[in-house]
Write a protein that binds this ligand. Structure first.
Ligand SMILES: NC(=O)c1ccc[n+]([C@@H]2O[C@H](COP(=O)([O-])OP(=O)(O)OC[C@H]3O[C@@H](n4cnc5c(N)ncnc54)[C@H](O)[C@@H]3O)[C@@H](O)[C@H]2O)c1
Length: 244
């Protein structure tokens, strides 16, 4: 226990998939959850289901984030799970694609962290858990810019851990492998059965993971029990990153 009463969490990208599962798991664990997502309808639906509050915010927009999230501080926990992917070889992508991928997968993490980290440092307590990807450690055939953004999230998180450890704030990454979420289902419907087979066979367990399995790891890293863990990137990927 922090001795501060009920902990407050902001879950960025909490309207779907891993973020929604993390929001639900934290609410079950007794945390007061606020969901922020660009998808208002889904955010509202999830928030109603789990007894959370919600807001529709485009996390890539620094001004929007600083006029909303920053004014609701302090939070004890920040989970960054908003993201998008795109399956195309790098030579077939455009600078517009790069901006979109880096905007949501990396800049959104900077925006939310910039909004909430000062109050965490001031209070001497915080748990930041960023959802990157094994692609950020291993690279990704057909996902070069996504992988670059996720590698950026890992390096950024470790840097924040270095800057904030002495002020009671931990910062860690979960690096999922193929997880059965709307994002993955969209990719599979574009890429066909071959893509699904390639993804499952890249894991040691030969299957997709579930959002709940990732959420359990996020909840652990956000918990009191994980108080001596910081600057780590933990794969939740069926062993996909084994040896990385
Ligand atoms: N599903 C996988 O296999 C997998 C694997 C590795 C990493 N990840 C990462 O996990 C995280 C969650 O992915 P998911 O699979 O749950 O996807 P998802 O599509 O189910 O959820 C992503 C959420 O991000 C929100 N979002 C997108 N752009 C936004 C913006 N500009 N502002 C605010 N919210 C925005 C979406 O509305 C959605 O609710 C992502 O960062 C993703 O890169 C997923």
């Amino acid at each position: 226990m922090t001795g501060r009463g009920k902990r407050r969490a902001l879950v960025a990208g909490g309207a779907s998939g891993i973020g929604a599962a993390a929001a639900s798991r934290l609410a079950t664990d007794g945390v007061d959850v606020t969901i922020v997502d660009i998808d208002r309808e889904r955010a509202q639906r999830v928030a109603e289901q789990i007894g959370a509050t919600f807001a529709a915010v485009d996390l890539t927009n620094y001004d929007a984030v600083s006029q909303t999230i920053a004014t609701w501080a302090p939070f004890d926990i920040l989970i960054n799970s908003a993201g998008i992917d795109q399956h195309a070889f790098f030579t077939r992508t455009s600078p517009r694609d790069w901006e979109r991928l880096i905007g949501i997968n990396l800049i959104a993490v900077l925006n939310a962290t910039h909004a909430l980290l000062p109050s965490m440092q001031e209070r001497g307590y915080g748990r930041i858990v960023n959802v990157a990807s094994e692609a950020g450690r291993l690279g990704s055939r057909g996902g070069a810019v996504y992988a670059a953004a996720k590698g950026g999230v890992i390096a950024f998180t470790r840097s924040i851990a270095r800057e904030s450890g002495a002020r009671g704030v931990t910062a860690n990454v979960v690096a999922p492998g193929p997880i059965d979420t709307p994002m993955l289902r969209r990719a599979v419907s574009d890429g066909g059965g071959k893509l699904m087979a390639a993804m499952t066979s890249a894991t040691l367990l030969g299957r997709l993971g579930s959002s709940d399995e990732v959420a359990a790891t996020i909840a652990f890293l956000a918990s009191e029990e994980a108080g001596y863990i910081t600057g780590e990137a933990l794969g939740v990927s069926g062993g996909m990153g084994c040896g990385a």
